[in-house]
Design a binder for this molecule. Structure first.
Ligand code: DC
Length: 219
C-alpha cells in the first residue's frame, strides 16, 4: 500500500489540497483532525472539562470513519457528526483533547489500519512522525499566520459558521502554540519531510506543486 503523509498547522490548506489530490491519485483521503474533533465534540456535548474525566469517558466513545461517495464521514457513537465538528469551539476542544496521551492511543490503530488497507493520503499533525513513519512521501505544509487565518475565516463563512476574523486569528495562534508544544506527538516536520510554504500560491498552484512533489518523490 502507498501512503502519503501531509502534516502542518491549522489553515495551511492540508485538507483542501489532500482532498483534491486523493481524487487525482485515486487514494483515500483520511482527515485525522476529524477524529480529534469528534472526541472534542463528545466532551462538549457531555460537559466534560478535565483530562481525568475525558480519559474515563473514552470507554463510552466509538469513533469511526466511513467513505460515502468517496467523501469521508465521521461517526461518533453511530451518529454522522461530519458537519457539527467544524465549529471554532470544537477546533479548540479538539486541540485540547489531542494533548492527552490516552486520546492519541485511542485513535492510533484506527489511523494505522486505514493505511494498511488502502492507499491513503492522510493529513494531520503527527502523521509523518508517529502514525505513518514509513510513509512513501511526507509533506509538511505551511503558510504565514495571517494567510492561514484568512483562509480559515473564509472557509468558516462559506460553511455558514458566523465568526470574526480576530477570533479566528486568535484561535489559530493558540492552537499553533498548543499543538507544537505538547509533550506527545507535537506538530513538527518529520526529519525526512519536504516542507512546502503555500503563502504566495493560489490553491491551484499549491495543488500542482504538492502533486508534482509527490510524483517526484514517490519511492
Ligand atoms: O486538522 P484539524 O484542524 O481538523 O485538527 C484539529 C485538532 O486536532 C488540531 O488542533 C490538533 C489535533 N490533531 C492532532 O493532534 N493530530 C492529528 N494528527 C490531527 C489533528
Amino acid at each position: 500500500m502507498i501512503s502519503i503523509a501531509i502534516d502542518g498547522p491549522a489553515g495551511a490548506g492540508k485538507s483542501t489540497i489532500a482532498k483534491e489530490l486523493s481524487k487525482k491519485l485515486l487514494y483515500i483521503y483520511v482527515d485525522t483532525g476529524a477524529l480529534y474533533r469528534a472526541i472534542g465534540l463528545y466532551m462538549i456535548d457531555n460537559n466534560i472539562n478535565n483530562d481525568k474525566s475525558a480519559v474515563s469517558s473514552l470507554k463510552n466513545i466509538k469513533v469511526n470513519l466511513e467513505f460515502i461517495d468517496k467523501e469521508q464521514k465521521v461517526f461518533l457513537c453511530g451518529k454522522d457528526v461530519s458537519s457539527k465538528i467544524r465549529t471554532p469551539e470544537v477546533s479548540m476542544m479538539a486541540s485540547k483533547v489531542s494533548a492527552i496521551p490516552e486520546v492519541r492511543s485511542f485513535l492510533f490503530d484506527l489511523q494505522q489500519n486505514m493505511a494498511k488497507q488502502n492507499n491513503v493520503i492522510m493529513d494531520g499533525r503527527d502523521i509523518g512522525t508517529v502514525v505513518l513513519p514509513d510513509a512513501n512521501v511526507k509533506i509538511f505544509l505551511t503558510a504565514s499566520l495571517e494567510k492561514r487565518a484568512q483562509r480559515r475565516y473564509k472557509d468558516l463563512l462559506e460553511k455558514g459558521i458566523k465568526c470574526q476574523y480576530e477570533e479566528v486569528l486568535r484561535d489559530i495562534i493558540k492552537r499553533d502554540e498548543d499543538d507544537s508544544n505538547r509533550k506527545i506527538a507535537p506538530l513538527k516536520p518529520a526529519d525526512d519531510a519536504i516542507i512546502i510554504d503555500t503563502t504566495e500560491y493560489s490553491l491551484k498552484e499549491s495543488i500542482d506543486l504538492v502533486l508534482n512533489t509527490i510524483k517526484n518523490n514517490l519511492r
